[in-house]
Design a protein around this ligand. Structure first.
Ligand code: K1U
Ligand code: ZN
Length: 187
């Protein structure tokens, strides 16, 4: 860990918040969403800036999670905030699921598949480990929406989307609907 650099970065972020950027979220069926993410190896000011940009992009969307793959940066980084008042920021870097228990199907959405919601089967309880923004390893049992959201976001890092759990017929309909919406947006 590089403490002087962290202090420099914190100072920089407080002084110059306007440098945070809204990033473009890739949309299904963009083939770049299929890229497998590589581990994050450098925990520096640039990574912390990217995390800030991802939070800003996720809040603006709005969403409760965002994987780096969705903003075309193919490294194992996820941001999440399940609160309504933006007080529950969570960062998962190089996440691994250690154990899975139970199975339940619940409705999911995805910022890369806008306006589409459908049921996806997930493990109910998981134990996961990950690195935080300082590179420190964390380990916790997770359940409820947090466990569902982490599984959804980790799928993104693996190049997988929630529509992959649906039938080919449903995927065709989704592609047509999104194509139509994109055409009317650009017309
Ligand atoms: O990965 C993503 O695209 C983000 C996705 C996360 C997610 C939602 C539901 C189940 C699993 C994973 C979203 O945030 S979709 C939008 C959403 O759920 C939401 C938006 C505003 C308020 C509350 C929820
Ligand atoms: Zn998603």
């Amino acid at each position: 860990m590089n403490w002087p650099d962290i202090r420099l970065s914190d100072h920089y972020l407080i002084r110059d918040e306007t440098r945070m950027a809204l990033l473009t979220i890739l949309e299904y069926p963009d083939p770049r969403l299929r890229t497998k993410a590589r581990p994050v190896t450098v925990f520096d000011a640039a990574l912390r800036q990217r995390i800030e940009d991802m939070f800003e992009t996720m809040y603006a969307a709005p969403g409760i999670g965002l994987a780096a793959s969705q903003i075309d940066w193919h490294h194992q980084l996820i941001v999440m905030d399940l609160t309504e008042d933006k007080t529950g920021r969570q960062v998962f870097i190089n996440p691994e699921i250690l154990t899975k228990e139970g199975s339940a199907s619940g409705e999911e959405g995805c910022l890369s598949v806008p306006g589409i919601y459908d049921d996806v089967p997930r493990a109910e309880r998981i134990s996961a480990r990950w690195q935080d923004a300082d590179g420190q390893w964390q380990q916790q049992p997770l359940d409820g929406l947090l466990a569902v959201c982490l599984q959804h976001e980790m799928d993104h890092l693996d190049g997988k989307l929630f529509v992959d759990y649906l039938s080919e017929l449903k995927r065709q309909r989704i592609r047509k609907k999104l194509d139509k919406e994109r055409r009317s947006r650009t017309a």
